[in-house]
Write a protein that binds this ligand. Sequence first.
Ligand SMILES: Cc1cc2nc3c(=O)[nH]c(=O)nc-3n(C[C@H](O)[C@H](O)[C@H](O)COP(=O)(O)OP(=O)(O)OC[C@H]3O[C@@H](n4cnc5c(N)ncnc54)[C@H](O)[C@@H]3O)c2cc1C
Length: 309
Amino acid sequence: MNILENVELAPLTTFEIGGPAKYFIEVKNSDQLGAALDYAQTRKLPFFVLAGGSNVLIADTGFNGVVIKIAFKELKVDTLNSQVYAEAGSSLMDCIFESAGAGLSGMESMYGIPGSVGGAARGNAGAFGAEMVDVVKEITALNIETREIKTFANEDCFFSYRNSFFKKNTDWIIISVLLQLEKETGGSALKRAEEILALRNERQIQNIQSAGSFFMNPSVNQSIQDSFRKEKGTEARERRVPAGWLIEKSGFKGVCENNVCTGKRSPNYIINSGGASASSVRNLAESIRNKVLEKFAIELHEEVMQVGF
Ligand SMILES: Cc1cc2nc3c(=O)[nH]c(=O)nc-3n(C[C@H](O)[C@H](O)[C@H](O)COP(=O)(O)OP(=O)(O)OC[C@H]3O[C@@H](n4cnc5c(N)ncnc54)[C@H](O)[C@@H]3O)c2cc1C
């Protein structure tokens, strides 16, 4: 096992922000994952699991413990059963590209979401009407205390909006995901995936130094749902309205301070416009949160995982 010291984390995240990890171990299978956990636990060091780094904000001072980077990436497409076996560290985009390319449909609306399959399953990632809950058949995970390896059926993952059993129970680290897709009918899944990617580019939610939507879409009262419907002509989903809509109405669309901006098209994206610090991101996020609270009496909660603060 190769234990590195003082490894810069910023280049391993899409925000491109943050200081170094005191210790850094890349793991390529579940045995190595167990060994990395042994290393941290016997020394009583805090540890953090990093995969694609597309949903994290690392502190400017870095992480004073062990960062365990999930680097097992095997992907197997089984066209006969319309299933895909993906190790946790495999890229979600590769997974969608390969499955859609093999004529399997179900994930193409998620094409463009950066990061790993494991990270996506943990956060029930989703876009344009599809979420991981729709395609996960089983998740296999390792318990950090007992080292038990257990397979969870979809219903045991307790998926909900950007949430799952694994997000709430950090004792379990996802090792692999089995996806159940369908044979494409009426059009090419790959073509639809590419159309989605073009749409994401147009909405400026692709290839930017950010961690995606910074805040979760909050659940709101009927009167705010009604205002949203009147203004946008669409229903709030599951009583939630887009955080970006509230942020825009609070005057934070395309606002910049200290090299940190909110998106011009998607204001719930907090973007590093070059050389931003984590503390500047947190300051802007705090101003947004306070303003939305003051204006709408709604408390926004972060979707982005903050590490080392
Ligand atoms: C430009 C951009 C666009 C985005 N668009 C979307 C979008 O449309 N929809 C959407 O849902 N998200 C979106 N995101 C957010 C992000 O891509 C997803 O949340 C992604 O699924 C995170 O996966 P990751 O591998 O990068 O996780 P990381 O950022 O590495 O980790 C995130 C969290 O998951 C935990 N974790 C990671 N792997 C595992 C594992 N194997 N087991 C247990 N815990 C684990 C980490 O400890 C951490 O707490 C976007 C991000 C960016 C930068």
